[in-house]
Design a binder for this molecule. Structure first.
Ligand SMILES: [Zn+2]
Length: 245
């Protein structure tokens, strides 16, 4: 791994900046073109894992092995509806006090954000939206809960997110539990951030059952951040586990 990082850095330095068509600016990245996912590792040496990592996300969630993964215990509190545009996604920062516990570990909710279309595939199928609930665990590890959304009845908390954009003050309390499906079967694997620097520090938990959102709500995210979706990455030598019966 270390060798690959050094090699990637050396290759980057070997190309004079003046010879590059579009010299990358540190910290800027996009979902397409010269600063898109295939070039993220060229933008900064710190992004090397985006190209050479062996535990990258997202993946196609298929061929999961049934395992006793324990109970997924989500304990989220209502929060003010105050979404913001990070430049890459619509995000809502969570106040202290919401947690997720799984596998003997407790994670604190930091924020959630929306990808359109979904980043993970489920048995090769891509949903129109995927919401990522990013939690902090111990020692710099993150626990991210992914929730898929298909077309159907509208989602009240998602509408609160949309309505809060551009609003001068935070709206009434939004209940993030409204983003959860009734079923709690889930998939687990060790992966990465799906944005630069693609750090391989994420315990991924993805719910097997989707929720529904309306076509209008999907179109709202198509207007805001179309295609903020990293391509799927190889599984390599990892195990994909599913909570089993
Ligand atoms: Zn995400």
């Amino acid at each position: 791994m270390r060798f690959h990082i050094i090699l990637a850095a050396a290759l980057t330095l070997a190309v004079p900046v003046s010879a590059q068509e579009h010299p990358p600016h540190a910290g800027t990245w996009t979902y397409g073109g010269a600063t898109g996912p295939e070039r993220w590792s060229d933008l900064e040496p710190a992004n090397a894992a985006c190209a050479v990592g062996q535990q990258e996300s997202p993946i196609d969630l298929t061929g999961a092995i049934a395992a006793d993964l324990g109970v997924l215990d989500i304990d989220w509190s209502p929060m003010p509806a105050a979404a913001r545009d990070t430049g890459h996604a619509i995000q809502l920062d969570a106040p202290e006090g919401s947690t997720m516990a799984v596998g003997g570990q407790t994670y604190r909710l930091l924020q959630f954000h929306v990808h359109q279309p979904a980043e993970h595939l489920l048995d090769g199928q891509r949903f129109p939206l995927e919401i990522h609930f990013v939690h902090a665990g111990p020692d710099g590890v993150l626990g991210v809960l992914g929730v898929f959304a298909g077309v159907g009845a509208s989602s009240a908390p998602l509408q609160a997110v949309i309505d809060s954009l551009g609003a001068p003050t935070a709206g009434p309390a939004l209940d993030p539990n409204g983003f959860l499906p009734a079923g709690r079967d889930f998939l687990r694997y060790e992966g990465s951030l799906t944005t630069p620097p693609c750090s391989e520090t994420v315990d991924w938990v993805v719910l097997s059952d989707p929720i529904t959102v309306s076509q209008d709500q999907i179109e709202a995210f198509e207007r805001l951040h179309p295609g903020n979706t990293r391509p799927v990455q190889p599984l390599y030598r990892r195990f994909l586990l599913r909570s089993g019966h």
